[in-house]
Design a protein around this ligand. Structure first.
Ligand SMILES: O=C(O)CCC(=O)C(=O)O
Ligand SMILES: [Fe+2]
Length: 340
């Protein structure tokens, strides 16, 4: 059976663990990254009380009226690219997704030089006034996940026979952090023309590492390739575990050895599905190159002909900021025209 493995990452988050224990975890991550680039992490140490609080505040927000939610619409977040978008507002794979969501990122003051310079996707968050605790919980959760992100990247570095702080010092000293909360309403699986309606259409993530918290509704699917056959494998909710997957930039850095694997969501439950992806990505101005490591010499080949967007992550030239802007502009075309 092709399933997504559960990896206990306690040794990576525990400062007193032995190098041997960390290497063992890293080896398991390496296997998962070479296969589908998807794995669950257990023993991640993110406070359960914080997770429960955040989830319940998020549900409270999405249950509010459209008018209240629109009070923090993304257009009001301007170039910082923050706030609420309604069901159908995002076109991940060229067609509207059946989901609504909130977009957050690193909290920067309006006086930060990058904000003053008008750098897109940088700025203060646009938190809803109600429920009052949501903004604080989001900031706490982003801080906890940033710590976890660094710990997981140290494992990925070890799995590539690199120094444990390879990513932390080179690419993620000042990471690009985006955090989103999605609500997927239930509904028919096909539209009036018989075309499938996805919660999120098939796509790969753009950066290095995504850490996703999902509720118990299910619906996340991973595209698996084995012996030339394509199969969609479920990544169902696993109690106390978070789902990790690698993005295009790690695919690029590893010459395609660690693949950014397409995934999609369909909510087949009869209730809303809540999910909270945290994107832990290279610094905005980082130029992304292939890593020199003996284990990557062979490379995994360029798979752009098979990719969902037919684009090569290896041919791209520029900074991570350039790459990300190109992507987010496409999925919110109207907003792009209005604020960027
Ligand atoms: O909601 C999910 O389970 C996945 C979301 C996702 O793939 C994304 O935001 O990139
Ligand atoms: Fe994704």
């Amino acid at each position: 059976m092709d399933t997504v493995p559960v990896i206990d990452v306690r040794a990576l988050v525990d400062a007193t663990s032995s190098l041997a224990a960390r290497r063992e975890v890293a080896a398991r991550m390496g296997v998962a990254c070479r296969h589908n680039g998807f794995f669950y992490v257990a023993g991640h140490g993110v406070d359960v009380g914080l997770q429960a609080r955040l989830e319940s505040l998020a549900r409270e927000f999405f249950a509010r009226s459209e008018t209240e939610k629109q009070a923090v619409r993304m257009a009001l977040g301007g170039r910082a690219w923050r706030g609420f978008f309604p069901v159908g507002g995002e076109l991940t794979s060229g067609r509207p997704d059946r989901k609504e969501g909130l977009y957050f990122g690193t909290e920067l003051s309006p006086e930060d030089p990058r904000v003053l310079a008008g750098t897109p996707l940088h700025g203060p968050n646009l938190f809803p006034r109600e429920p009052a605790g949501l903004g604080g919980a989001v900031l706490e959760y982003m801080a906890a996940l940033t710590t976890l992100g660094h710990a997981l990247m140290s494992g990925i570095a070890l799995s590539l026979e690199l120094e444990e702080d390879f990513f932390a010092t080179r690419y993620m000293a000042d990471p690009t952090v985006l955090f989103r909360i999605f609500n997927y309403p239930p509904g028919p699986e096909v539209d009036g023309e018989g075309l499938p309606v996805w919660g999120v259409g098939e796509h790969t993530d753009y950066g290095v590492l995504t850490i996703l918290k999902q509720d118990d509704a299910g619906g996340l699917q991973v595209k698996s390739r084995q012996d030339g056959q394509v199969r969609w494998v479920d990544a169902p909710p696993v109690e106390d575990a978070l789902v990790c997957n690698i993005g295009d930039m790690l695919d690029r850095m590893t010459r395609g050895v660690y693949r950014s694997t397409p995934h999609r969501v369909i909510n087949r439950a009869d209730r809303d599905r809540l999910s909270l992806p945290f994107f832990f990505d290279p610094g905005w101005t980082a130029e992304i190159h292939a890593i020199e490591s003996p284990v990557l010499r062979e490379g995994g080949g360029d798979d752009h002909a098979e990719r969902w967007d037919r684009q090569s992550v290896h041919a791209f030239r520029g900074t991570y900021g350039d790459y990300l802007l190109g992507k987010v502009g496409k999925v919110f075309p109207d907003l792009r025209a209005e604020v960027l």
